[in-house]
Design a protein. Structure first.
Length: 229
């Protein structure tokens, strides 16, 4: 059986030039694992952001080179290498200009972009400002945790403060999949929605969501274990 990452690579095949990762509950882990997998295919991989991410000293991105300015344009990336490019911020690494990423598309086989933020929460309702998915995006991976059934929504969903008395159930995931500010917001190109941490979830709940949304490209699995369910 194919692993979760192998399944995602197959799904994005020929459309991986710029993959944006949105949502919550595993974006950075997916970014790192996909970068590793594409590099193993001898592709030239650029890792970046359109929002803010932790500095490499706070989160290991396993890249071969790190750039913080226009020097990235003079580096001849080799096949199988991973290059990190962002701008230096006060607390976190910040997004470079979008035109920089568009220019770099011609130099890399794969650009992986963390295009959203959720402050470590498992679920998210977006604001009008996010996610930041460029027009030149060729594929989008939206991630959400599916391991928080029965917990209070306001404590585990960024942007859900107004729903503080609601407990997370199957209807919550239906809401997040259909809400204009929910999981699907901003997705461009080839789309995949990953419900992460599915190994902690009752299979019946997974099957119910699959039946309710048969036309969506839904993946249920575990980034930590690299398994698909």
């Amino acid at each position: 059986m194919a692993t979760l990452i192998e399944s995602l690579l197959k799904h994005f095949s020929t459309n991986e030039n710029c993959i944006c990762i949105t949502g919550s509950g595993g974006k950075t882990t997916a970014l790192i694992l996909l970068a590793e997998a594409y590099a193993a295919q001898q592709k030239r991989v650029l890792v970046s952001t359109t929002t803010k991410v932790l500095y490499p000293e706070d989160r290991n991105y396993y890249c071969d080179h790190y750039f913080w300015d226009e020097e990235v344009f003079s580096y001849p990336c080799k096949k199988g290498e991973r290059v990190f490019y962002a701008r230096q911020g006060i607390i976190k690494a910040e997004a470079p200009p979008l035109e920089d990423l568009e220019r770099l598309k011609a130099r890399y086989d794969v650009i992986l972009v963390e295009a959203d933020g959720a402050r470590g929460m498992e679920l998210k309702l977006h604001s009008e400002r996010d996610p930041v998915v460029p027009n030149f995006t060729t594929a989008t991976l939206a991630i959400s945790s599916i391991s928080v059934f029965g917990k209070r929504l306001s404590e585990h969903c960024f942007g859900c403060d107004s729903l503080e008395n609601r407990l997370i159930d199957e209807a919550t995931y239906s809401l997040l999949l259909t809400h204009p500010e929910g999981i699907q917001k901003g997705m461009k190109g080839v789309r995949a929605i990953l419900f992460n941490q599915a190994e902690r979830t009752d299979r019946t709940k997974i099957e119910n969501i699959q039946r309710e949304f048969p036309d969506l490209n839904l993946f249920f699995g575990s980034l930590e274990q690299n398994v698909i369910i």
